[in-house]
Design a protein around this ligand. Sequence first.
Ligand code: NAD
Ligand code: UDP
Length: 337
Amino acid sequence: MKILVTGGAGYIGSHTCVELLEAGHDLVVVDNLCNSKAAAIDRVLEIADGSLRLIELDIRDTAALTEVFQSERVDAVIHFAGLKAVGESTDLPVEYYDNNVGGTISLLQAMDAGDVRTIVFSSSATVYGDPHQVPITEDFPLTATNPYGWSKLMVEQVLKDLQASDERWSITLLRYFNPVGAHPSGLIGEDPNGIPNNLMPYISQVAIGKLDRLRVFGDDYPTRDGTGVRDYIHVVDLAQGHLAALDTHATTPGAHIYNLGTGSGVSVLEMRAAFEEACEQAIPYEIVDRRPGDIAECWADPSRARVALNWQATKSLMDMTRDGWRWQSRNPDGYQE
Ligand code: NAD
Ligand code: UDP
């Protein structure tokens, strides 16, 4: 198939491009590089052979995007492009709605004009808000607590409404839990701007000596060691989930929704200990106040994806930390030479 990947130069997109190329697909990546570098695509092509064209374009430019769909015979779209920092979304809500919701609407218009009606969308476990219990199944109530989360929920609604209005569409909503780690080659990985917000990149930067210590946001949650518990999933497993979704649904119209997680939770202190083992050094830490808006625990029931997509995460916590550390230690400044 020829697949158009929006946001394909980003963290999850680049790993998915590798898996897609290795499976023999042809790729067109559309990315405005607002949170990524073209070097990531060069690295993708170092890892995997195949056909990949990078087009530097903002998906909100509907006219230019429509031209891409006219000139390339695209079969399906995987839609990663968007802004993703929760805290920033509270300060810049209009930018987040414009990019994430407006960008998706522009993409759908260009797809429709190009007769392409298969899309896989990057949603997030954030759409479950503070779940009443764990593990979380796809039919749990949906809500959001910040503009980023609302933008994901709004896009989910737009896609469901579109499919209900025109049954030719195949839409797949993939709700990611916590993607971490890097490709085992050490060539691609997460390259955050500034001080990372997320746990794994923060710990990596402590290990590499850029940050002095981990700040653990609260040790008084009702969890096994008092720290927050999340369902961390290796980014390569996550990338493979997109292939499984396309294999299953590229030609089956409908609205398909899946959790992509491992089905088990890891605490902040457990993640720190696993990373210490991977990098063979101590990760200093201190306990500080809870981060506003954080929930105690969140993990997936991934059984729907296992049954319907024949997909499940196979990589362990040690794979996540070892591969994350390999990327960080070989590329201390990310893609910056
Ligand atoms: P990322 O920032 O690394 O990748 C997003 C890519 O989209 C970047 O390359 C960026 O340059 C591009 N982009 C942004 N706006 C664009 C626009 N208007 N036009 C064209 N390109 C644009 O993020 P990621 O971690 O790879 O996340 C990918 C998707 O998965 C996002 O939609 C994100 O919300 C979602 N998601 C991520 C996580 C996570 O923890 N990383 C969790 C759940 C969901
Ligand atoms: N966390 C932490 N210190 C950090 C970053 C995160 O203690 O510097 C904790 C956070 O409170 C949560 C877990 O690590 O319990 C995962 O946080 P992250 O931001 O990576 O993901 P999310 O909150 O979106 O699930």
